[in-house]
Design a protein around this ligand. Structure first.
Ligand code: ZN
Ligand code: ZN
Length: 290
């Protein structure tokens, strides 16, 4: 494993390119359906676009973004708060409707990212190429399987293993619901349109949030803080904060850092759904600032 650091600043630079392993390549055949899904929303120009379908798409974008940021990311990958077994399952199932594979697959790969950030063992470092970090690694056969050894804590729950294995149930049933609720435009715009936008907003955290933005903390990686990404991902754009203290359920460390995922978690805490929310301790928040 090669780790190139900028000695003067003690941080990694994007210009320190990392070569990809020979088996780290995009499977062109399986990428075709994924690419075609991007075109489906445009069929709505022929079938008609309705307000009902647009509103459905907006609701499903933000609703499912919450399941990804609060559920897949801050709960399953980082255990930054507690849920009972029922709500844990709701979070897992809600996350699957975003069509980003199963919660155990997602969280295990994400734990790998934090463990090996921007080294050759990091699955999706932009040092291996911007498009690779954005989407290439997802289309690579090497990373199809769930890294169970990294998520043994949650893999102990049979219902989570089930939903992880049958991750198609969530998106297919949501797609069917959209069709029954708002017809063909509901399927094309409400479901496929919002799903494609949701994919690329989520992917931005792996690609753009390691490329574009400001660094507050001297973390040994390329992570950045970026308001633009925070807006579209309900607070995940404070990625340099997040790499500095990943166990915090709050990623906007200051009041002016927009983090609606955290605000909703606080509300859910008041309702008794969420417990033991972890936050960055003040001494840690004010340490190692650049
Ligand atoms: Zn990162
Ligand atoms: Zn994380």
């Amino acid at each position: 494993m090669t780790v190139l650091t900028n000695a003067a600043q003690g941080r990694l630079l994007l210009s320190d390119k990392l070569p990809r392993a020979p088996d780290e390549k995009v499977n062109k055949k399986t990428s075709i359906p994924f690419a075609l899904l991007h075109l489906l929303p445009f069929l709505a120009f022929f079938t008609g676009i309705t307000w009902k379908a647009i509103v459905l798409g907006v609701v499903l974008y933000w609703g499912r973004m919450f399941f990804i940021t609060a559920g897949y990311h801050r709960y399953f990958a980082h255990k930054s708060y507690k849920l009972n077994r029922f709500w844990q399952f709701v979070m897992a199932f809600g996350g699957t409707t975003a069509a980003q594979k199963g919660p155990l697959w997602w969280a295990a790969h994400h734990r790998n990212h934090h463990q090996f950030s921007d080294t050759s063992a990091d699955v999706h470092s932009p040092r291996k190429g911007f498009w690779w970090s954005h989407v290439g690694w997802i289309l690579c056969d090497k990373y199809n399987e769930t890294k169970f050894e990294k998520i043994s804590d949650f893999a102990a729950y049979p219902e989570l293993r089930f939903i992880n294995k049958h991750e198609w149930i969530g998106p297919w049933s949501l797609g069917l619901f959209c069709f029954l609720f708002a017809g063909v435009p509901g399927l094309l715009i409400g479901f496929f349109g919002s799903t494609v936008l949701l994919w690329h907003s989520t992917f931005m955290v792996n690609s753009l949030a390691h490329v574009w933005g400001r660094r507050r903390y001297n973390t040994p990686d390329t992570s950045k803080n970026n308001l633009f990404i925070a807006i579209f991902t309900m607070g995940e754009g404070w990625h340099n904060n997040h790499h500095h203290f990943a166990a915090s359920a709050r990623q906007g460390f200051f009041w002016w850092e927009w983090d609606p995922t955290f605000y909703i978690l606080k509300l859910a805490q008041k309702l008794g759904i969420v417990k033991k929310i972890r936050q960055v301790p003040k001494y840690k928040r004010d340490k190692a600032m650049l």
